[in-house]
Each structure stands twice: as structure tokens, then as C-alpha cells.
Design a binder for this molecule. Structure first.
Ligand code: HEM
Length: 182
């Protein structure tokens, strides 16, 4: 994945747990780079090793780290200069969730080698919708829960996310039920 992702993991760990925790995670994961280059593509394995080592060093499950990371990502990308692109994706949570594929295809100009996820909304009612998540990668679903929670914060909307279909349990893709204040 692009270095921007690894950089965000590094910043999240340093912000929440301090530099020493990051140093221990970097060593345990045998990561050579001291800093990541946002626009350089790194092997997915490196990102997975960072999450696994963070889980061991911090004593938190990998799923929890991914969820926290999803939340952090919304703020982080806003601060890293992608706020305007997010502004273009919608004025409220359901509109934004419906435009996630457009957002990632616009980002494809900046990150040409990216393998973006794909999202679809269904069963939309006044306060709920189902969010379908399709990915080339495995094990990222907890990040999606955190991302939607982070977007709830961005739109100042109380939000609840429950995974209702799980690829790890044999489903062909992941589905999340999202409930929000209109
Ligand atoms: C402007 C803000 C955003 C930027 C700059 C951004 C950029 C990226 C980048 C660079 C990747 C790595 C893909 C790769 O290297 O192959 C990625 C992956 C991902 N993004 Fe975004 N993204 C943004 C917002 C969002 C939002 C709001 C969501 C909410 C659902 C989201 C969901 C994901 C997921 C789940 C992945 C993991 C990739 C996978 O499933 O295979 N992103 N994004």
C-alpha cells in the first residue's frame, strides 16, 4: 500500500502511545524505513507486519488497532492536504458513503498504482443504510467500521456500525449496517 497509509499508522501510534512504542513496533516488524514516503508504493506485507507488531507491543487486538486506525485516517488525510477532496465527496454521511468510489477514483490520479476498495450503499432509509465493502485485500473490515465512525465525527453525526455479513465467515463480501442521526 502507499506510504501514506504506513505514515498514518506511525503517526497514530506516536500520537496515542508515544515515540518509544513506535520504536519498539518498528523494530519488532523489522521495518527498515525510518520514515515512509507518502507517494511511494510499499508491499502490503509491511503494513500487515506493522499492525501485527503493534498488536503485540501494545497488547491490543489487531482488529481494534485497525478500527482505531480507520477513525484516525479520516482526520489524518484531512490534515495531509486531502480535505478538499473529501469536501467534494458529500455534505452529509449518507451522501459521502455513496460517493466513496468516486473519491478513490479521483485519488487514482495521485496514487496511480493504488488498488482501491469499492463500496455500495443499499436499503437506505431515513436513518439507516447497508454499506457493502469489496476489497482485493483480506482482513481490512475492522478498518471500515472505524472509518465510518470517523466520518460520523467529521459530519458531527452520532453513528452506529455493525458488521452484518463477513468474508471471514464465507460471505463473498463484507456488509455493514450503518445507523445515523439524520
Ligand atoms: C481523502 C481521503 C482519502 C485518501 C487520501 C485515501 C487514500 C487511500 C489510499 C492511498 C489507500 C491505499 C490503497 C493502495 O495503496 O493500494 C486507501 C485504501 C483504503 N481506503 Fe481510502 N482514502 C481516503 C478516504 C477514505 C475513506 C473516507 C474511506 C471510508 C470508507 C476509505 C476506505 C479505504 C479502505 C477500506 C482502504 C483499504 C484498501 C482495501 O480495502 O483494499 N478511504 N485509501
Amino acid at each position: 500500500m502507499y506510504g501514506l497509509v504506513n505514515k498514518a499508522i506511525q503517526e497514530m501510534v506516536c500520537d496515542h502511545f508515544g515515540e518509544d512504542a513506535w520504536k519498539a513496533i518498528r523494530e519488532l516488524s523489522e521495518t527498515k524505513s525510518e520514515n515512509f514516503i507518502s507517494l511511494e508504493s510499499y508491499p502490503d506485507d509491511l503494513t500487515h507486519r506493522l499492525v501485527k507488531s503493534a498488536s503485540q507491543v501494545l497488547g491490543i487486538s489487531a482488529a481494534e488497532i485497525m478500527e482505531d486506525f480507520g477513525k484516525y485516517w479520516v482526520k489524518f488525510t484531512g490534515q495531509e492536504g486531502y480535505g478538499e477532496m473529501m469536501d467534494l465527496a458529500g455534505d452529509d454521511l449518507p451522501e459521502f458513503l455513496g460517493n466513496l468510489d468516486d473519491l478513490h477514483s479521483r485519488l487514482g490520479v495521485i496514487f496511480p498504482k493504488m488498488q482501491p476498495p469499492s463500496f455500495q450503499c443499499s436499503d437506505q432509509e431515513k436513518q439507516t443504510l447497508n454499506l457493502h465493502y469489496y476489497s482485493h485485500r483480506k482482513g481490512m473490515a475492522p478498518m471500515v467500521s472505524g472509518l465510518v465512525e470517523g466520518l460520523g465525527e467529521r459530519f458531527d453525526t452520532a453513528v452506529e456500525v455493525t458488521q452484518v455479513q463477513d468474508r471471514e465467515q464465507g460471505a463473498d463480501h463484507d456488509v455493514f449496517s450503518v445507523t445515523y442521526q439524520p
